[in-house]
Design a protein around this ligand. Structure first.
Ligand code: GDD
Ligand code: MN
Length: 384
């Protein structure tokens, strides 16, 4: 069926977000068109530019005559990579939606594989990934690696259920079926559109396809302190909306209750005549047991009820116990370092120690102890 312009309506819609990419945009469009033409499916390419000072939108508009199927959205009053992509998808008509950077750092060859995975292989979201075999980054210094790694770590802590299906949740290069986000309210902050899709979308099968993130040749990255701030806000908002923040708060409350169990047990045993160190060991173990029970039947009840067998519960308890011992070691190490080395009052140091241990305990147990329940159903939606 042909539309008013005489062309078949697009099946594939590729969005290219741009901000000050005047020097890159022409080549990026050329490469995208080459790959999409090979696919022999009707497609459109939508450049979404946020009123770039270098007038990227203008440079893109000039190309529309040469590239039928190219459209340019010029956003005048908004800034932000992730929302620009959402805007592009709102304009899109295809059944398959994709996104690729406009600075040539995402090699266009991979685009064909992403689209094919969604179109032919029953994949709902196909993600170009640096962190699967065959993928990588070219010449990243230690600082960039550290920043990228800490961002992923933070997401792993705050969104354990959301990003569990994927190794490179920071990727900005992927394709998805329209139905994944149809009817969903996407309200990302900052850069990471994929996090929003994984947290809010409806999908079963996610696949990662390796690619190498190549160096920028022209122009500069727009990632700066402001975007780091937006990233944290985005993580918190998303973890709130997916219910993961709530789970973390429950877990922390359980931890708080453990403090009382510990103190109560210690008082009881010591006053019954047991030495205070032996009493302390029993007190810690009792608190670990009550904490486990509260987490198993409250914080993580939605997961644990899927594997209610005694053996499963026992194995979760052993794992939990092991991580908690690790947490205790972290607690003591922080207490020692802050008190001895930094000269902070030991009670305050201990508070930091408890904080560090809580993060450790939650991160490890959420991602491993209770996550193991979902691992069997690996590529399904985190929250279904
Ligand atoms: N419309 C719009 N508005 N586009 C933007 C904005 C904005 O506020 N900020 C950045 N862009 C565009 C850039 O012009 C570029 O085409 C693309 O988004 C990526 O921006 P960069 O600033 O080049 O990002 P990067 O190279 O540091 O980071 C990229 O690397 C990640 C690797 O995993 C991002 O593309 C991520 O999406 C990617 O996953
Ligand atoms: Mn870039």
């Amino acid at each position: 069926m042909a539309d008013a312009s005489g062309m078949a309506p697009p099946v594939i819609s590729l969005v290219i977000p741009t901000y000050n990419e005047r020097e890159n945009i022409e080549l990026a469009i050329k490469h995208a068109f080459e790959v999409l033409r090979e696919g022999a499916q009707p497609f459109e390419v939508i450049v979404v530019d946020d009123d770039s000072p270098d007038r990227t939108w203008e440079a893109a508009e000039v190309l529309c005559d040469d590239y039928p199927g190219l459209r340019v959205v010029h956003r005048r009053n908004e800034r932000g990579l992730a929302r620009a992509v959402v805007r592009g998808w709102q304009e899109a008509r295809g059944e398959i939606l994709a996104v690729m950077d406009g600075d040539l750092q995402h090699p266009s060859e991979t685009l064909g594989r992403l689209v094919k995975a969604v179109q032919n292989d029953g994949v709902d979201i196909a993600v170009a990934s640096r962190h699967v075999v065959g993928g990588g980054v070219s010449r990243w210094n230690i600082i960039r690696r550290a920043v990228s790694w800490s961002a992923t770590l933070m997401a792993t802590w705050l969104l354990p259920g959301t990003i569990r299906t994927i190794r490179d949740p920071m990727s900005g290069y992927f394709a998805l079926r329209r139905s994944v986000i149809e009817g969903c309210r996407l309200e990302p902050e900052g850069y990471k559109i994929l996090l929003e899709v994984l947290g809010r979308g409806r999908y079963r099968c996610v696949e990662e396809i390796p690619y190498t993130f190549v160096e920028r040749k022209r122009g500069g990255s727009k990632l700066g302190p402001r975007q780091y701030g937006e990233f944290i806000v985005h993580l918190l908002r998303l973890s709130w909306r997916t219910g993961e923040l709530n789970r973390f708060l429950k877990f922390s409350a359980v931890g708080g209750s453990g403090l009382f169990v510990n103190m109560g047990m210690l008082t009881l045993l010591a006053s019954a005549g047991l030495g205070y160190l032996q009493s302390g060991i029993f007190a810690v173990e009792t608190a670990i047991v009550t904490n486990f029970l509260l987490n198993e039947f409250w914080s993580f009840s939605d997961l644990s009820k899927r594997r209610p067998g005694v053996v499963s519960r026992l194995s979760r308890f052993l794992t939990f116990n092991l991580f908690c011992v690790g947490g205790a070691v972290i607690n003591l190490a922080v207490l020692w370092v802050l008190t001895e080395v930094a000269g902070i009052h030991y009670l305050l140091s201990n508070l930091f120690g408890i904080g560090a241990a809580t993060f450790w305990n939650y991160g490890m147990n959420a991602n491993i102890t209770w996550e193991s329940i979902r691992a069997a159903q690996k590529k399904t939606h985190p929250l279904d």
